[in-house]
Design a protein around this ligand. Structure first.
Ligand SMILES: [Zn+2]
Length: 643
């Protein structure tokens, strides 16, 4: 999973969410008897109301129905139960069945099935979320697009693993709309599109996108295992890729095959929503990913640069997160709490490999990859919160941190296991390369850990010890101590050894990189974190608002806080385009900057004694050092069998 927010002080965070997948056929005695039938009416995109009919075969007696609570990939009890309305339950003979919600678990309903009833019929609506939520709780429908997450439109009987409950799904779509999903269609019945029965686990792992403007692009022409890019947008003009963009995304497929050496999907679909009106995030699945970005991703170079890492990240999750999953996240059903302690592998390694593949495929150039690394290195190198909260606790507390406010992130810390995890895995990769004198790399670990059981869908859980064991087999070293020293660290600096061992150093100049500027432009902020210590909104009515203030920065010392608004600097109206000029003027003299600040209903002038000038992060080559970063992002030879 990857969220796209302004909550980090230095870089756009793309956090991603993750799911469950099909497993081996269960013994008959453990299967839920019968087959659930689920029909979702999506013909009302204007009002964004998803109408659900569900039939559940039952026996007489007490029954508990669950609504999915712990959403795979969201690592949180983030189910959308509060968006469910109008629930009426009847028997197959039409008798109304009273239900009562569990007083401790809001996602559980208790009822008694009357004697003689063979099935229950559930009728309800999902009021598709409005603005303001995150991930699955964010806007998922416009007048031209509908993104359907099945976990939002079903109840299921308690007492069985979700891989042992069979469901036959169907949808009704607006006339003329295109759609895509990893599910196998069985054909159209009147105005409904029906799909093969699948396990409940696989259904929730197979979202559907539909749109008035739709395109389906082959990313693996002629391959035995198909991969497609499926696009929906609010405007037909947003669906067009350049030849270079198409080739780069085809390279992504061949480079991923070359890296992993095995596949754990029968076919793969990037379900890509391009809209200013939906939420923006990615959620991984084993045979698809639910990717939602800005409308002009393919048509605006800055948007492409800022968001180019999303699809590679989600694709990597098919191997790291879906096929192989930390034991604490491989839960039997959606009511069981998930444990996030290994999210620095699940998300951190995915972030690392996803960005490496973004560069190997040519979505990013080598310069852009290094600019990205510089941005996250600077961000994590300004995290005084490491003094009280080590990286391990950010993973342990994941279910809290996805949903906390973005303010004071450098002290509170956020889901840092993504980007600090990426730095740690770069550290691991360069250490393997150094210790083995270039004979081995993290690619060997990846092949050994994920490139097994080709074609298998059976989830293989893992532990910390499994990671250490496989790393040791690739390159003998005390990997347990190596990892613990970074996960449990309370030191101020970020783990930047991978960058320096890669032949580069984090440095600052008064000119932002193209990547740094693109992120600010797309997300509508100006990032002054490494000079004044503030992130400032440039978004319309919020122009000048402090989105965050770095703990212990010059702005912090001067008393500034998130939510205040910069009105003027040195008597001139605040202008994000000219703020570097103000910083350079202060650099040349000794007088403090005088900043007029609005704090709710009050105005005051704050003196900010900063003379360091503009400061933006870069990577600078270290003279005489081997350029291991260049080796890491060099494309691999394509596997003959993969294409
Ligand atoms: Zn992710």
């Amino acid at each position: 999973m990857r969220a796209i927010s302004q909550s980090t002080a230095a870089a756009v965070i793309f956090s991603l969410l993750c799911g469950r997948q099909a497993s081996a056929a269960p013994p008959p005695e453990h299967r839920y008897p019968g087959e659930l039938a689920l029909s979702v009416d999506l013909t009302d995109p204007g009002q964004k109301i998803f109408r659900v009919s569900e039939r559940i075969p039952v026996k007489a007696g007490a029954l508990t129905l669950y609504y999915p609570k712990w959403i795979p990939g969201e690592h949180s009890p983030s189910g959308t139960i509060s968006a469910v309305t109008g629930l009426i339950i009847t028997t197959d003979s039409g008798q109304r069945v009273q239900w009562r919600r569990d007083l401790d678990d809001m996602f559980a309903l208790h009822l008694t099935v009357p004697s003689g009833a063979a099935s229950l019929q559930l009728e309800f609506q999902l009021l598709s979320p409005g603005p303001g939520g995150d991930f699955g709780q964010s806007v998922s429908a416009t007048d031209c697009i509908e993104d359907l997450e099945w976990n939002q439109v079903l109840f299921y009987p308690a007492g069985y693993p979700v891989r042992n409950i069979a469901v036959r799904p169907a949808v009704r779509l607006p006339a003329g709309w295109g759609y895509a999903t990893a599910l196998q269609p069985t054909g159209a019945d009147h105005d409904a599109t029906a799909f093969d029965a699948v396990s409940l686990e696989q259904l929730v792992d197979s979202p559907l996108i539909a749109g008035q403007y739709f395109a389906r692009i082959d990313l693996a022409p002629g391959a035995a295992v198909p991969v497609h890019l499926d696009l929906v947008a609010d405007h037909a003009s947003d669906l067009k890729l350049t030849d270079a963009q198409l080739q780069a995304h085809r390279n992504l497929v061949t480079q991923a095959q070359a890296l992993f050496g095995a596949q754990h999907y029968r076919h793969y679909d990037f379900l890509f929503t391009l809209s200013e009106n939906t939420g923006h995030f990615g959620l991984e699945h084993s045979q698809s990913s639910d990717d939602r970005l800005f409308a002009r991703f393919f048509t605006d170079p800055d948007t492409y640069l800022a968001g180019g890492g999303l699809l590679p990240h989600e694709y990597v999750h098919s191997w790291n997160g879906k096929f192989r999953r930390p034991a604490g996240l491989a839960t039997p059903d959606f009511s069981v709490p998930m444990r996030g302690d290994l999210l620095w592998v699940y998300e951190g390694l995915t972030e690392y490999l996803g960005d490496v593949l973004t560069a190997r495929s040519g979505i990013w150039t080598a310069d852009q990859y290094r600019e990205h690394l510089a941005a996250i290195a600077a961000s994590l190198d300004h995290r005084p919160g490491r003094a009280w909260r080590d990286l391990q606790d950010t993973a342990d507390a994941a279910q809290l941190l996805y949903y906390v406010p973005g303010e004071w992130v450098t002290w509170r810390r956020s889901v840092d296991y993504y980007e600090e995890g990426e730095l740690i895995w770069l550290d691991v990769d360069t250490t393997i390369r150094e210790l083995s004198a270039g004979r081995h790399s993290l690619d060997d670990f990846v092949r050994a850990f994920y490139g097994i059981d080709d074609g298998s869908f059976v989830v293989k859980p893992y532990s910390f010890e499994d990671i250490v064991k496989t790393l040791t087999a690739v390159q003998p070293h005390d990997w347990a101590a190596f990892l613990h020293s970074r996960l449990d660290s309370h030191d101020a600096p970020a783990p930047l050894a991978g960058i320096t061992r890669g032949g580069w150093a984090l440095s600052y100049s008064d000119v932002p990189s193209a990547t740094f500027k693109a992120r600010g432009k797309v997300r509508k902020y100006v990032n002054l974190c490494y000079s004044l210590g503030v992130m400032v909104s440039t978004s319309g009515s919020r122009d000048g608002e402090l989105l965050d203030v770095l703990w212990n920065s010059p702005a912090f010392t001067a008393g500034l806080a998130p939510g205040m608004r910069l009105i003027a600097i040195n008597g001139r109206k605040f202008d994000a385009e000219r703020v570097d000029d103000d910083l350079r003027a202060a650099q040349a003299g000794h007088a403090p900057l005088e900043i007029l600040v609005q704090n709710l209903d009050s105005y005051s002038t704050v003196k900010l004694d900063y003379h360091g000038g503009p400061m933006y992060p870069h990577l600078t080559a270290v003279a005489g050092s081997a350029d291991r970063l260049d080796d890491i992002i060099a494309p691999k030879a394509a596997l003959k069998a993969s294409n």
